[in-house]
Design a protein around this ligand. Structure first.
Ligand code: ZN
Length: 479
C-alpha cells in the first residue's frame, strides 16, 4: 500500500474530526458542554456520523492491514460503506478475531491504525485490554487521541454532574486501563481539582477522605463497599462524610439493583457510571446523566457524534428491531489508534431514542449494562450471568460484600457450582445464611448450588476488576 494514500486518508480523517470538535476548550453552557452536539437533532447526529464514517473507512483501509485483509476477503472496497445503511454489509468484528490477529502479529496486532512513524512523531500512551482470557490486546494512542479524549470525557462528566466546587479523589492504581487516565485528563480540561490516590491502602484512603473532604470518589463497586466497611471498623460513618457522588467502574453497579442500593445506602451518595471498552477508546462510550435519580431505572447515554452504536442478536449478529434487546456493537469514529468498524462490545441492553430530561438527544441504553455475552455461565445447559448470582448475594441480610463463583467437576463427572461468600462482620443473621443463600440462588437462577460462608477478609480485594468466576471444570461445556 502506497504510504501517500495512507497519509492522505489519515489527513482527511483528521480534518473531519477537527471540523466537528465544537467547544473544544470549555463548556458552551453550565449544563451542556456542547449543545450543538450533545443536544443535536437525531437527523443532525446521523449527518455527522455519515461524514465521519466516510472519512474513517478509507483511513482504516489504508492504515490497518487487518482491515485491508478483511475488505479483500469480503470482496469489498471502502466506497461500499458510504452511508449508515451500508454498515450492515460489514460483518461484526469480535474479540476472537482481534485476539487471533494479536497472536499472529505480536505485540500490537494489525487492527489499529497506529504506525511506527505516527508513534514516533506523536505517540502518547499505551493501554491494554483487561485480558481476563487469551492474548491481551494492546493499543497505542496518540496526542491527537489524548486531546479528543479529554474533550469527549469532559462532555460526559459535565452531564454526570461534575461541576466547579467538587474535589475528586481518584482511588485507582493508574495501570494501563483507559478509564482513570481518561477521567484524569478530562478533569484537567474542566479545571476540577483531584487527589491522586494510587499506591495507598484503604486505611490511608479513609484518612484522606476524613481530612481533605473530597466530594466525589472514583473506584470499583467492590472497592466502594470495602472502603466503606473499613471506615466503619475505624469508627466512622461513610454516610456522614463529604462524599456525595461515587463514580464507579470496572464492574457493573447501576444495573444491579441490590448492589446499587447497598452502596448508595452505605455512603449516602449517588452512583454515576461510564460505559465503554479499551477497543473503542480513546473516550467514554457512554455515561449516566444527572436526570437519573436514586431508585430510577438506570439509563446510559451513548455519545453518538463520536461513535455509531447498534444492537445485534447474539446468534446471527444482525441488528435487532427498534426497542428490542441485543448486544452492543460500536463503530468508533474518533480514534486515531483504534477506529474500529462494527466491533462487538457485547453487552446486553435495549435502546431508547426519546429525548432525555437532561436535554441531551443521544440514545440511552435502558437498564444500563448488566452482562457481557462473554461472561455468560453455562452450567449443564443452564445459562446465567454472574450478576444474577450477585443479585442473590446482595439481596440477603447478613452477607458480606465479597463473593466468588467456583465451577468444577465432581467425582461423578457432573459440573457443579459453589458460591463462596463472606458473612457481614456485624450482621446478626449469620445462622442459616448458607441455606438461605442456596435457596435464594435456586429461586433466581433455577439451579442448585453449594454455598460456603467465609469469614470477612478471606477473599482477595482487587483494585481494578474483581475476578469473581473461577472455572475449574474438566471440559468447558458449551451450547
Ligand atoms: Zn440525560
Amino acid at each position: 500500500m502506497a504510504s501517500s494514500r495512507a497519509d492522505a486518508t489519515r489527513t482527511a480523517w483528521l480534518a473531519v474530526i477537527d471540523k466537528f470538535r465544537h467547544d473544544p476548550d470549555r463548556p458552551a453552557t453550565p449544563q451542556i458542554w456542547s449543545p450543538q452536539l450533545d443536544a443535536a437533532s437525531r437527523d443532525r447526529l446521523r449527518e455527522i456520523q455519515t461524514e465521519k464514517l466516510r472519512a474513517a473507512v478509507p483511513f482504516l483501509y489504508e492504515n490497518s492491514p487487518f482491515y485491508r485483509a478483511r475488505f479483500e476477503r469480503l470482496r469489498m472496497v471502502p466506497t461500499d460503506i458510504g452511508s449508515l445503511e451500508d454498515l450492515v454489509k460489514w460483518p461484526v468484528v469480535d474479540k476472537n478475531e482481534m485476539m487471533a490477529d494479536a497472536a499472529a502479529h505480536p505485540p500490537y496486532g494489525t487492527y489499529t491504525a497506529m504506525t511506527e512513524e505516527v508513534w514516533a512523531q506523536r505517540g502518547w500512551m499505551m493501554f491494554s485490554s483487561s485480558g481476563s482470557t487469551g492474548t491481551p490486546r494492546v493499543f497505542r494512542y496518540s496526542h491527537v487521541d489524548r486531546e479528543n479524549w479529554a474533550w469527549a470525557n469532559a462532555r460526559a462528566l459535565l452531564a454526570m454532574g461534575f461541576a466547579p466546587g467538587e474535589t475528586v479523589f481518584m482511588m485507582t492504581g493508574y495501570g494501563p486501563h483507559v478509564w482513570a487516565w481518561g477521567v484524569q485528563y478530562a478533569l484537567e480540561k474542566m479545571a476540577l481539582p483531584t487527589i491522586p490516590g494510587g499506591g495507598m491502602d484503604a486505611k490511608a484512603r479513609a484518612g484522606i477522605i476524613l481530612r481533605f473532604k473530597p466530594t466525589i470518589l472514583l473506584c470499583t463497586p467492590s472497592y466502594a463497599l470495602h472502603l466503606g466497611r473499613v471506615m466503619q471498623d475505624l469508627g466512622h460513618d461513610p454516610a456522614a462524610t463529604s462524599v456525595h457522588t461515587l463514580f464507579l467502574a470496572g464492574e457493573p453497579a447501576l444495573a444491579i439493583a441490590a448492589t446499587r442500593q447497598r452502596i448508595e445506602t452505605l455512603w449516602n451518595a449517588r452512583i454515576v457510571e461510564f460505559y465503554g471498552c479499551t477497543e473503542a477508546s480513546p473516550h467514554v462510550g457512554g455515561y449516566s446523566c444527572s436526570a437519573l435519580k436514586p431508585g430510577d431505572m438506570p439509563a446510559t447515554h451513548l455519545m453518538e457524534d463520536i461513535q455509531i452504536w447498534e444492537l445485534v442478536d447474539p446468534e446471527r449478529r444482525e441488528p435487532v428491531r427498534a426497542g428490542e434487546r441485543g448486544l452492543t456493537v460500536c463503530t468508533n469514529l474518533n480514534s486515531e489508534s483504534s477506529p474500529q468498524l462494527r466491533f462487538l462490545v457485547g453487552d446486553y441492553t435495549r435502546f431508547d431514542t426519546a429525548p432525555c430530561a437532561c436535554g441531551r438527544t443521544h440514545v440511552r441504553a435502558v437498564g444500563s449494562f448488566a452482562g457481557r455475552a462473554d461472561d455468560l455461565i453455562n452450567l449443564r445447559g443452564i445459562k446465567m450471568f454472574p450478576v444474577q448470582i450477585e443479585e442473590a448475594v446482595r439481596a440477603l441480610d447478613g452477607t458480606g460484600d465479597e463473593f466468588e463463583i467456583i465451577l468444577s467437576t465432581d467425582g461423578a463427572g457432573l459440573d457443579v457450582m459453589t458460591v463462596r461468600c463472606e458473612h457481614g462482620d456485624h450482621a446478626s443473621a449469620k445462622d442459616g445464611l448458607r441455606a438461605r443463600l442456596e435457596d435464594e440462588i435456586r429461586a433466581r437462577c433455577e439451579i442448585r448450588v453449594t454455598a460456603e460462608i467465609l469469614a470477612p477478609g478471606t477473599l482477595p480485594k482487587t483494585e481494578f476488576k474483581a475476578q469473581r468466576v473461577k472455572d475449574h471444570r474438566e471440559k468447558s461445556s458449551s451450547g
